[in-house]
Ligand binder design. Sequence first.
Ligand code: SF4
Ligand code: MG
Length: 322
Amino acid sequence: IEPIIEVKDLTKQYKIDRKYFWAKDTFVKAVNNLSLQLHSGETFGLVGESGCGKSTTGQIILQLIKQTSGKVLYKGEDISRFSSKRLKAWRRKVQIVFQDPYSSLNPKKTIQWTLNEPLEIHGIGTKESRQELIIKTLEDVGLDANYLKRMPHELSGGQRQRIAIASAIILNPEFIVVDEGVSALDVSVQAQILNLLKNLQRKYQLTYLFISHDLNVVQYFCDRIAVMYLGEIVEIIKSDETSLMPKHPYSQALFSSIPQAFDNGQENIVLKGDIPSPSDLLPGCTFETRCPLAMEVCKKVKPTFKKITENHIVSCHLKEEA
Ligand code: SF4
Ligand code: MG
C-alpha cells in the first residue's frame, strides 16, 4: 500500500548571520537528508532532544515552511507540483495541533468564531449547516454547545486543547501533525487528551505525526517511532506497550531514562561529550562526539540504514543487516 505521506531526502538549511563582513557564509542544517513514510491510519512518533529538527520536519510536511531540498509526496504526488487550487484543497486534508493552544486560539474571539473561521475560509456549508457542524465537532471533542459563546481565557488548559483539536478536525482531515500536543498539560489531563486523539483516529481514520520529547507518552501512544539527532533520523522502530529494543546507541541512551521501556533491565546511560556545532558537522556519524561506542571509522564514514526487522531500521556502523 502507498504511504499517505512520503518524505524523500528532505533538507532544511538556514544561513546564519555573519559575525564579520569578511567571514564566509555559514549554514545550519536543521533537517539533513531525512526520509520517511507514513502509513494511513498509523501514529508515527518523532522524538529527540529539543532543537533536533522534529518541529521543522512537521512544518515542512505541511508546507508551513519550505524545504531547501528534497520532496514531500502526498499519496504519491509531489506537493510542490500542486496548483494553487489543489494546494488549497489539500490544506483541508492536513492539519496541525500545537503545544500551546492559548497562542493558537484568538484570545479576543469566541469559540464559535474560532471554529467557524476554517469553514468560512474553505467556503463550507450555509450558516445553519456550519452551526450544526460546529456543535457536532464540539461534541466530538467531549464539549458541547454551552462552549460556543465562551472565550479562550474562560477555559482550562485541557478544554483549550480540545478546542484546538476541534478546529483541526472540523475540516475532516486525513492527516494531523500533533506537535508537543499534550506536553503543556497535567499528566491526568494528558491521558484524557491522548484518549480523545485515539478515539478520533478510529472514528475518522486519521493518520498522526506525533512530535514529542516525552518518551513515555510516545511509547504509549505511537505505532512506530523515529529517533532524531541533529536533523537526522538515526533509527525507526516499531513500538508496543511492553517492550522497545532500540539498537542505536543514541536511542538506547534516550530510552534508558525510562526504565519501563526496556525489558532487559538496562541501566540508565548518561551521555558525555559535546554536541557538535550544527554548522560544522563532520563527514562521519553525527553522533560520534557523544557515542560511548564510537570507533575510528565513525569519524570519517557516514553510516547507512540497516534493516533489523521489517519495522526496524537503524543507522550505525555497529549494526548489521539482519
Ligand atoms: Fe556510535 Fe559509530 Fe554507531 Fe555512530 S556509527 S552511533 S559513532 S558506533
Ligand atoms: Mg519543537
